[in-house]
Design a protein around this ligand. Structure first.
Ligand code: ATP
Length: 524
């Protein structure tokens, strides 16, 4: 059996062992949607078979040899929206965005392959009919997680959002106050490519962010054609801007750490002959195909070692301009490639698989933010301060506290079912799972332990983790050499904790209200 798409640096290994150098490959997760009702009615057969969690086997209809493609994760049609959210490791991207990195999740695939469904869930079944929570897509789940995470951070965070579409090679603001009008894409040295006059809206609650998303979705161009009743006719980019004041600030007047989390729902490639598009639909299809071709061209050139340092034609389309940093720059990027299982779609599916295979060999150089906020001992950080397990690890009793509680069934105790440790998990003692609460003396001791640990290790960005591993999966901890200022910041943190502890031995820890906000760690 011929095998393709397995990059030189195996993504699973690079995730478990840490990147060899500062370059990080784009991670690719493949999702195969279930057969649609129409495909089943027509009696179409499936040409795809998932073998294990990372390999997709393609069986050509003529009986030729199977071809296998390997990706960071492969999800078949039986996988739920929650499975996809977890497999994509989007929470990890969110953590990186909170630390100031620029992260992108983009869906790619043929028209009707499930890109929009994966990011935002199915379209509402009627006016005022809400999408069932279990069908919510990656975006809503990330929003819920992020807002919950920010609530527990204890450091001032400003959240803002923009939402735009690229329709027929014009950028339109989906959150504009009046009718959307074309906006120019400009470039400067500090920002790279950016959209001038794009409305960026501050929000403070999950409800407000959901409303912004709904507003954008309702204004985005979509039409019906033979392969999709609600086909997106534009590429849509929703970006969350996260500004976080470090605690304590290294220098007075230090700018807040600014990270980004961008969700890109690409319009689907389509064969006009297959979709029967005419007139406006055909113009849209041509524009979509042209920009996807430009994207593919940039990806191919980025792979060529001779060309990598030279000119990559990002300026060839608005899409490639706005994705330039995610593909070839300093971003951390995840691609979710979507395909239909039907044998009738096989040519387009193979083209998606080849495109995705190439993409996972592209590397970026995630750039550390200027000032890294310290991790604290709250349940939101990567390691449980009590049992030292990574919080997303099955063994950590606080894992559920990190999950959005708005989706999925809960146990009587309030912990999301999906967050329960599996039956084989060994007991992990904890004295309390209630947050937030007053900081006790033992909390200060734990914080010191954590700070000392941070002096040795720091979580460094790479692409998102694979689906939850076997029970012996090890935490992904890497050396912190790539993070400028880290040692200095942690030194300051340790001094601060040390003096607090010395004070704490002679007197009880100061109450929340008595502390100066610029001198305390985020409360847990
Ligand atoms: N995993 C899935 N489970 C159930 N239904 C799905 C799944 N993925 C997609 N669908 C359904 O398939 C249809 C096409 O999906 P969707 O609109 O997300 O495709 P798309 O790739 O975004 O297409 P386009 O590029 O034309 O916008 C929709 O009716 C959607 O609800």
């Amino acid at each position: 059996m011929e095998e393709r798409g397995s990059p030189d640096g195996d993504p699973a290994r690079s995730l478990e062992q840490g990147p060899e150098g500062p370059e990080t490959p784009i991670q690719v997760v493949l999702r195969v949607r279930p057969m649609s009702a129409a495909e089943l009615r027509r009696g179409e057969q499936s040409a795809l078979h998932c073998s294990g969690t990372r390999t997709l086997q393609v069986s050509p209809p003529g009986g030729g040899p199977d071809v296998a493609f390997r990706f960071g994760a492969v999800l078949d049609g039986a996988r739920t929206q929650e499975d996809v959210f977890r497999a994509c490791g989007v929470r990890r991207l969110g953590e990186l965005a909170l630390r100031g990195f620029s992260c992108t999740v983009f869906t790619f695939g043929q028209t009707g392959s499930g890109k929009t469904y994966t990011l935002t869930g199915p379209p509402p079944q009627g006016e005022g009919v809400p999408v069932p929570p279990n069908l919510a897509g990656i975006m809503q789940r990330t929003f819920a997680w992020l807002l919950d995470r920010v609530r527990h951070l204890g450091a001032p965070v400003t959240l803002r959002a923009s939402y735009l579409e690229i329709y027929n090679e014009q950028v339109r603001d989906l959150l504009s106050l009046g009718a959307p009008r074309p906006l120019p894409v400009r470039w400067n040295k500090t920002q790279g490519f950016y959209v001038e006059q794009l409305r960026v809206v501050e929000f403070g609650s999950l409800g407000a962010l959901m409303e912004l998303m709904q507003m954008g979705l309702s204004r985005r161009r979509s039409s019906a054609h033979s392969l999709n009743q609600a086909s997106s006719r534009s590429h849509a980019l929703l970006t969350l801007y996260i500004s976080r004041q470090t605690m304590p600030p290294v220098d007075p007047g230090e700018p807040p750490v600014g990270g980004k989390l961008c969700f890109v729902d690409l319009a689907g490639s389509e064969k006009v002959a297959a979709t029967g598009s005419r007139g406006e639909l055909m113009l849209e299809a041509n524009s979509i195909n042209r920009s996807l071709l430009a994207l593919g061209h940039c990806i191919s050139l980025l792979l060529d070692p001779q060309r990598k340092q030279s000119h990559i034609p990002f300026r060839d389309s608005k899409l490639t301009k706005l994705l330039a940093d995610s593909l070839g720059g300093h971003g951390v990027t995840l691609m979710v490639a979507c395909v239909s299982p039907s044998v009738q779609c096989l040519p387009e599916t193979l083209s998606t698989l080849r495109y995705a295979s190439r993409a996972q060999r592209v590397t970026t150089r995630p750039q550390a933010p200027k000032a890294l906020p310290p991790l604290c001992s709250c349940p939101c950080c990567h390691l449980c301060p009590l049992c030292r397990a990574p919080l997303t690890h099955w063994a950590c009793p606080h894992r559920g506290l990190q999950l959005p509680q708005v989706f999925g069934p809960k146990t009587p105790g309030g912990l999301a079912l999906s967050a329960q440790p599996p039956p084989w998990a060994p007991p992990c003692n904890s004295d309390s799972a209630e947050f937030p609460r007053e900081r006790s003396h033992s909390d200060w001791t734990r914080t010191r332990v954590l700070a000392e640990m941070l002096m040795r290790e720091e979580v460094v960005p790479s692409a998102p983790p694979l689906p939850m591993g076997p029970p012996d999966a090890s935490p992904v901890l890497r050396g912190g050499a790539a993070v400028p200022n880290l040692a200095r910041r942690l030194e300051a943190l340790r001094d601060q904790i040390g003096s607090s502890l010395r004070r704490g031995r002679s007197q009880p820890p100061p109450s929340e209200g008595a502390r100066s906000p610029s001198r305390v760690l985020p409360p847990c």
